[in-house]
Design a protein around this ligand. Structure first.
Ligand code: GLC
Length: 553
């Protein structure tokens, strides 16, 4: 039952939408077995529609032993029984589309689970046709320049396998053997997998661990030309067979290595803005937006038809791979003072606890990612300022059950606590009775109500994300980031004062708007409009949004 996707009617839908990341096992348990499921996500679509969400990104829902939240796939062509059935997925997609919400899956191309029948066959028999689907070595000496990513857990990218009598290559956990993309069958199989779920109505994919598919001796084995060729081919297939479907790259690299994933409009429509993310937090901690301005200047505008995917937090740690040693030290000093939260050189914390549970700070940074030219991705629970569990292993502490009510398990499940997929937050400042959807939905001043207002205002004032005229204000103070965005007949103006001191400045409006009228939006600043110039005074640590359009002549 593939429902006709609304994406087919508007290929640029993603530029004006807000994406919401869902960890299906932690969102809502509809059948009461303690594990969140697809039916649970369907149950909560009205909540997401009401929040103004235009697309959800579902973490892997395929059959898996769940040693890495489903990024260890044991069968690409079915839904894991703990999450439901393929029919449940069809229903979720159908119901989402009925609410104009698109659904993105997670395409994990780099590796599979150790338990995948492909690997099981391959390791057992050197003559198996699957042997060449993986990378083997007798010496473990090849590709020595490829870095170990999960460096707190793995010491090498090669692991000896007794059954196979050889080492096999894995870029991530040892239980995730890498596929060999020099095998034409692997290449073809992954296109088949992508087609399969698009055929079930998915509107596209967030692509996992994009840079690492190909390995070449003497290189760092990342972002090789072959990688770009593979994703261009995938994109071409999708454009031809599933028009309007999109690809989002997870490529956690430097600016010069990340930007090419847009591929002049022929590769990924969206690329996660990893180079910007840590700088947003650093700038906030330092009270100075200079570094944000710098990264934006280096990365905007994006090639035609594409958009940056902005995010503050996700299901992983805050990765600090794109920061210098000094920046990393500063970041850890600002946000990583609890040693338990430091992992793989980054920090496993949710947004609210990083910001000491201060709603105004959460709102400031959320407003910023909602107003930059591109597509914001919100992480489930951050809209209510959910907390985390630094005492739980790996990154599971930032994947605790969504808090719907103040009830036991935060209304996530009706099961007994011992069966919950992971325990709820217990810190009284963030526990379900302190922060939950039901309570915040009924309070106009709550974080949830304010985030909803930001999203509604953004929707009501669409700006062009592409070819956007992203201009800076003249005369902004050192602590202020101010910019305007072109929305055709309207211009939106966004002012962020990172510093603790009040600041004044001005933004020039385009002549074409004169005589302009100004409509203040979310946030707060005092202002005057004279001779086509908005002059403002804004308190420390606060933001203000405006819309300017042509008034009566
Ligand atoms: C990506 C995912 C992460 C996963 C890893 C290996 O980085 O975001 O959660 O562990 O890939 O698949």
């Amino acid at each position: 039952m593939a429902s006709r996707s609304p994406s087919q009617r508007n290929a640029h839908w993603f530029r004006s939408t807000v994406v919401y990341e869902v960890v299906p096992r932690s969102f809502r348990d509809a059948n009461g077995d303690g594990v969140g499921d697809l039916a649970g996500v369907t149950e909560k679509l009205d909540y997401l529609a009401d929040l103004g969400i235009g697309a959800i990104w579902l973490l892997p829902f395929y059959r898996s032993p769940w040693r890495d939240e489903g990024y260890d796939i044991a069968d690409h062509y079915t839904v894991d029984p703990s999450l439901g059935t393929v029919a449940d997925l069809d229903r979720l997609v159908h119901e989402a589309h009925a609410r104009s919400i698109r659904v993105l899956g997670d395409l994990v191309t780099n590796h599979v689970s150790l338990e995948h029948p492909w690997f099981q066959e391959a390791r057992r028999d050197r003559a198996s046709p699957y042997r060449s689907w993986f990378l083997w070595s007798d010496t473990a000496k090849e590709f020595s320049r490829s870095r170990v990513i999960f460096r707190d857990f793995e010491r090498a990218n090669w692991t000896w396998d007794d059954v196979a009598g050889q080492y096999y290559f894995h870029r991530f956990y040892a239980f995730q053997p890498d596929l060999n993309y020099d095998s034409p069958e692997v290449h073809a199989e992954m296109l088949r997998v992508a087609r399969f779920w698009l055929g079930h109505g998915l509107d596209g994919y967030r692509c996992d661990a994009v840079p690492y598919l190909y390995k070449r001796e003497g290189t760092r084995c990342q972002s090789l030309p072959e990688v770009h060729r593979f994703f261009r081919e995938l994109r071409a297939m999708m454009d031809a067979e599933f028009p309007g479907s999109v690809l989002v790259a997870e490529a956690n690299q430097s600016v010069p290595e990340t930007v090419p994933y847009f591929g002049d409009g022929h590769e990924f429509q969206m690329v996660m803005h990893f180079p910007l993310m840590p700088n947003l937090f650093l700038a906030w901690g330092e009270g100075d937006p200079r570094r944000v301005r710098h990264v934006l200047r280096a990365t905007l505008p994006t090639p035609n038809g594409s958009a940056w995917a902005y995010f503050l937090r996700n299901h992983d740690e805050v990765t600090l791979e794109q920061t210098s040693d000094d920046e990393r030290e500063m970041f850890l000093w600002l946000y990583g003072r609890d040693d338990r939260t430091v992992i793989n050189g980054g920090i496993r914390r949710r947004l609210a606890p990083m910001l000491d549970g201060d709603d105004a700070s959460v709102l400031f940074l959320t407003a910023l990612v909602l107003s930059l030219p591109g597509t914001p991705f919100l992480y489930y629970g951050d809209e209510i300022g959910m907390g985390d569990r630094p005492d739980i292993a790996d990154r599971d502490g930032v994947r605790t059950p969504m808090q719907w009510t103040s009830g036991p398990s935060g209304g996530f499940s009706t099961s007994t606590p011992d069966r919950l997929v992971r325990p709820p937050v217990i810190d009284p400042k963030y526990a379900p009775d302190a922060r939950n959807v039901a309570d915040q939905a009924s309070r106009p001043g709550s974080l949830l109500s304010q985030v909803r207002r930001l999203i509604a205002w953004r929707k009501a004032h669409p700006a062009e994300a592409v070819g956007d005229d992203f201009s800076r204000s003249n005369g902004e103070g050192p602590g202020v980031l101010a910019f305007s965005r072109n929305g055709g007949s309207t211009r939106t103006l966004h002012i962020y004062n990172f510093s603790r001191d009040a600041a004044s400045g001005s933004l020039r409006l385009p002549r074409a708007l004169e005589p302009a009228v100004l409509e203040p939006g979310p946030g707060e600043a005092s202002w005057t409009l004279a001779e086509g110039r908005l002059s403002y005074r804004i308190q420390g640590r606060s933001f203000a949004w405006f819309a300017a359009s042509t008034g009566p002549k």
